[in-house]
Design a protein around this ligand. Structure first.
Ligand code: SAM
Ligand code: SF4
Length: 365
């Protein structure tokens, strides 16, 4: 099976569901090494020896939803809630320009009220109007109406990240209250495409009750949806959540997270795949391991340290005491150490999507 996977990687062919399952269930060290290097070879061919960065700003931990796994869910009364002011967000955007990351992600708990929608729209316009390099903007602000997605797109956002968390209806129901619907989450992905965004999605891996078949289905879902970006990470327990209370000692699985990246790269080839903070939580070099398994995007935090400890989706989240400038230095060193290079001042869109955007990306360089 490994030889077949390697051949397909060389030939630029996507692997089958059976091969995806083989990758996900592989536990032999030597075989895993071969699988990761095949996925890395595909990444090299599709995006080169480059890593794209997106400055991450966690703009607010106020959330109207109550996902059973998430530390900032509405029901967690121990969380001290915050929302950055517009000036604070603009300061993060300026820092992203200064660091030459080229691209910005605004992430928050979910709110759909008119004041929030207006605030984001106005903030987007102001970020786009900043002098200097025109930042690419990704939003990760949950489920919204088509009208809201359109307004935010018109104001300057061009990518949107909305994980479906799992493609299994049964598992989704076990992880969420009855009024959180997978069908709505999927409908949002369609809305985002209709509104013109590059669409990113993803799942958590290693969830209680999740099977390898279900994870293979997730990758097949990404393939069918023709998504442009994938952000996946291992599930990590937060004890002040219903899932954390039910499974307090549930082990997180770094290796499965890496296998998901490799299998997704081998199946989908030319997509942006993020090496996420959750990987770094499980090993100091987890994000580098993610890059060597086929990922090509890292989202370093550019937010102020003051609020980092209030945006704990899970426990032991790293980087809560490392300021944005140190993060940049450490990241540069870590990426150079694995022979990769950061591509600064680019939006870092996959080639199949960025055709025609080149002139916009270069504006202000
Ligand atoms: N509220 C928006 C949403 O849910 O799409 C964006 C922010 S939310 C905190 C971003 C992602 O964090 C979720 O999609 C989920 O996959 C991840 N997350 C939440 N709790 C987690 C946990 N305990 N372990 C790993 N990832 C988690
Ligand atoms: Fe809110 Fe997102 Fe956390 Fe769910 S995952 S509780 S929507 S912040």
């Amino acid at each position: 099976m490994i030889e077949k996977i390697k051949q397909k990687a060389l030939a630029g062919e996507g692997i089958s569901r059976e091969e995806i399952l083989f990758v996900l269930s592989c536990s032999d060290r030597e075989s895993l090494k071969e699988i990761f290097s095949a996925a890395y070879a595909v990444k090299l061919r599709e995006v080169g020896r480059k890593v794209h960065l997106r400055g991450l700003v966690e703009i607010s931990n106020i959330c109207t939803k109550n996902c059973f796994y998430c530390g900032i869910r509405r029901g967690n009364s121990a969380v001290s809630r915050y929302a950055l002011s517009q000036e604070e967000i603009l300061e993060c955007a300026r820092l992203t320009q200064k660091f030459e990351y080229g691209s910005l992600v605004l992430q928050a708990g979910e709110r759909c009220d008119a004041a929030f929608v207006d605030f984001i729209e106005d903030t987007l316009r102001k970020i786009k109007a900043l002098p200097g390099f025109e930042l690419g903007i990704t939003l990760s602000l949950g489920e919204q109406s088509l009208e809201t997605y359109k307004r935010w797109f018109a104001a300057g956002a061009h990518r949107y990240l909305l994980r479906i968390e799992t493609s299994s209806e049964k598992l989704y129901r076990e992880l969420h209250p009855a009024d959180h619907l997978l069908s709505e989450r999927k409908a949002c992905l369609d809305r985002l495409r209709d509104a013109g965004y590059m669409v990113g999605t993803g799942v958590m891996s290693g969830l209680p009750g999740q099977t390898l078949e279900s994870l293979a289905d997730d990758i097949e879902f990404f393939r069918r949806q023709k998504v442009d970006m994938i952000g996946m990470g291992p599930y990590i327990t937060h004890h002040a959540t219903p899932l954390g209370e039910k499974y307090p000692d549930y082990p997180s699985d770094l290796s499965l997270g890496l296998k998901m990246i490799a299998a997704t790269r081998l199946a989908l080839r030319n997509v942006n795949i993020a090496s996420t903070t959750a990987l770094q939580t499980l090993a100091p070099d987890g994000r580098e391991q993610g890059l060597l398994a086929g990922a090509n995007v890292i989202m370093p935090n550019v937010g102020d340290l003051v609020h980092r400890k209030d945006y704990l989706l899970y426990e032991n989240k790293p980087g809560t005491d490392e300021n944005a400038a140190d993060t940049r230095k450490n990241l540069e060193r870590a990426i150079a150490a694995i022979g990769e290079e950061i591509e600064y001042n680019t939006w870092g869109d996959p080639t199949f999507f960025s055709a025609g955007k080149e002139s916009r990306q270069r504006k202000g360089m």
